[in-house]
Write a new protein. Structure first.
Length: 616
């Protein structure tokens, strides 16, 4: 039974959505902890002691004297892929162990009118693209950074910012909230901490620090005032949790090209067996894939630097052969600021040193886009480097996330992926994306691939009778395949409309036969397609999915007015903004609304979780 199939007694729709969204984001250990945590809350309420979200023991505010003040504690998280959600859950567990009670809120559903009444706020937020907040948190940012935001002189706060240092506006969403809360008069509990994609160590240190600062002195073995004892916290079991720290070695059972001969790109359909893993997922979730670097690239780095493959290096406290570290533990393709700074010091190259200056951000970003680690090693050689010195400049190799393209109801013990192979020429050499290259070049049948499930509670199917409008281009069609498989298996009655775009009809119509069968069987109600490079008239403009939305404006708006849920999946830089602009035009034209009112209409859809995006 899935989360969506069970609804507890007396729960309102809003309560159910909140609970099911949280449950979908947790792993097995976290679910065990939450069940105990809530049981403790129920016991505390029964005894008349303080329930969740009421006063707590915390360290005194600056300038306070005597005993700690009774202050509420709120954790707000903004997440695109689930990392901030997971960290917020971890923080909640640490807080409970230290006798704290707290309120845990996704920025997507947080009632901003509560902000003025908060006292201690802990924020965990990721940055999306070039400095933007996660899409589900956009409304929260709009409020906080707007004129309606209240003064917060009685609030204390701390910010944990997640980001990717290869982007120019690194951790900018967290920096924005950090600046804005200070402008509103709030006081920092701790300086902001910025985390790169290998965030675990820094984030856990921040969580320990914050929990220690706010936590009571009650020993962990005692029963704190909120009625939750350490007995309710998760305990070790004999069954290890499958997550990004302990992935499951899935077996590749299918790996075929979806694109036809003559296509200008390559998209592959991958099927993985996860039998015996215990992995569970819902349509809309993603699969984390831990790839390996290309053996040829590892060999090139060793040869250029004259290093022995079996030289032993330390990677996070573990001795590892250098070749193994370069193959599966370290990022050796993307040129990160960390490696650029490191190599500038080792090589003494003036050209690299200039790029590390704070006022050269745009130039540095442009250089990183046109160079990989191997290019810098070749252009700025360092003779006699030790293996450990090389490793010191490389960040850990991180998982890549792919939308799951199948439903467990149709393919038990399997996970299907739709992967576009990234390849291009750089400095005269053919280069591949790390994960897509691994799957395309070395993803042989029966080979093992370490994987785990990344929950995505912000991209979920509604009730079976609710209409769907699914908009996607390229591999953005993947979750919709899972949506339709799930709905077919459940016998869902709600209408569904797919708007799909790719380059060419003949070679790039991904899963064409499946969509046609779904249409024939009535599972898929309607489909509109846009193939941008099929131009029979030489001067005809390219047609994309946003053009199809405008062409079908009357029906799109009618579906929305009838309660349809709207989904967008695909490219974040072009597809998502272009589709949003087209939707705003549809609403404005068909609804007789001005531009601002049309944006408010879409914003309300987002707040009601009727407009969800999974973009990358």
């Amino acid at each position: 039974m899935t989360v969506s199939e069970f609804r507890g007694p007396g729960l309102t729709e809003a309560q159910w959505e909140h609970i099911s969204g949280l449950a979908s984001s947790l792993d097995s250990k976290q679910l065990v902890w939450v069940s105990g945590f809530l049981a403790g809350i129920e016991q505390a309420t029964t005894r008349g002691t303080s329930p969740l979200g009421t006063a707590l023991d915390a360290s005194p505010a600056p300038g306070d004297a005597g005993h700690p003040a009774q202050r509420s504690l709120t954790v707000l998280y903004g997440s695109e892929t689930g990392n901030s959600t997971a960290l917020a859950t971890t923080l909640a567990g640490h807080a409970a162990k230290r006798g704290l009670t707290l309120s845990l809120h996704d920025m997507a559903t947080y009632k901003t009118r509560q902000l003025k009444d908060e006292r201690d706020i802990l924020i965990i937020v990721s940055t999306y693209g070039e400095g933007d907040p996660p899409q589900p948190a956009a409304g929260f940012f709009e409020f906080v950074e707007g004129r309606k935001a209240p003064r917060l002189p009685d609030v204390r706060f701390a910010v944990l910012a997640l980001g990717d240092s290869t982007y120019e506006h690194y951790c900018e969403a967290g920096k924005r909230l950090d600046r804005r809360l200070e402008e509103l008069g709030a006081q920092r509990l701790k300086p902001r901490v910025d985390c790169d994609i290998d965030y675990d160590e820094a984030a856990n240190a921040w969580i320990d620090d914050i929990a220690g600062t706010l936590g009571s002195t009650t020993p962990a073995s005692s029963t704190p005032a909120n009625g939750i004892s350490s007995a309710t916290l998760p305990t070790s079991t004999n069954t290890p949790t499958v997550d990004k720290h302990n992935p499951f070695p899935a077996r590749i059972i299918e790996n075929i090209a979806l694109t036809g001969r003559g296509s200008s790109k390559e998209t592959r359909h991958i099927e993985l067996s996860v039998e015996g893993s215990g992995l569970a997922f819902e349509p809309g979730d993603a699969l984390g894939v831990m790839p390996a670097n290309a053996p040829a690239l590892v060999e090139s780095i060793l040869t250029e630097l004259g290093l022995a493959a079996q030289a032993v290096v330390d990677v996070k406290g573990e001795p590892v052969a250098l070749a193994d570290a370069l193959a599966g533990r370290l990022e050796i393709t993307t040129l990160t600021p960390r490696f650029l700074d490191h190599w500038a010091r080792l090589s003494g190259a003036e050209a690299l040193r200039r790029l590390t200056s704070a006022d050269r951000a745009e130039e540095r970003t442009a250089f990183a886009r046109g160079h990989h680690v191997i290019d810098v090693i070749r252009q700025f050689p360092v003779k006699g480097i030790e293996a450990q010195h090389l490793v010191a400049g490389l960040r850990p190799l991180t998982p890549r996330l792919y939308s799951i393209a199948s439903s467990l109801a149709v393919a038990p013990d399997e996970v299907h992926l739709t992967v576009s192979t990234v390849y291009y020429t750089l400095h005269g050499e053919r280069r591949f994306g790390v994960a897509s290259g691994h799957l395309a070049e070395r993803g042989e049948l029966d080979a093992r691939l370490p994987v785990y499930v990344q929950k995505n509670p912000n991209f979920r199917l509604p009730a079976d009778d609710v209409p769907l409008i699914m908009i996607g281009a390229g591999t953005g069609v993947a979750p919709y395949r899972a949506f339709m498989q799930e709905r077919e298996a459940r016998g869902a009655s709600g209408r569904s409309w797919l708007v799909f775009g790719e380059r060419n009809f003949r070679t790039d119509f991904l899963y064409q036969t499946e969509w046609q069968t779904l249409l024939k069987d009535g599972v898929l109600t309607r489909m509109d397609v846009a193939f941008s490079r099929d131009r029979h008239v030489e001067d005809r403009a390219k047609v994309y999915v946003q053009h199809r939305l405008k062409e079908q404006a009357r029906d799109i708006f009618a579906w929305l007015e009838e309660g349809a849920h709207l989904y967008v999946c695909g490219d974040a830089n072009r597809l998502a903004p272009d589709v949003h602009q087209a939707l705003a035009a549809v609403v404005s034209t068909e609804g007789g609304l001005g531009p601002a009112a049309a944006e408010d209409y879409l914003h309300r859809l987002q707040q009601d979780r009727r407009y969800q995006r999974d973009v990358y």
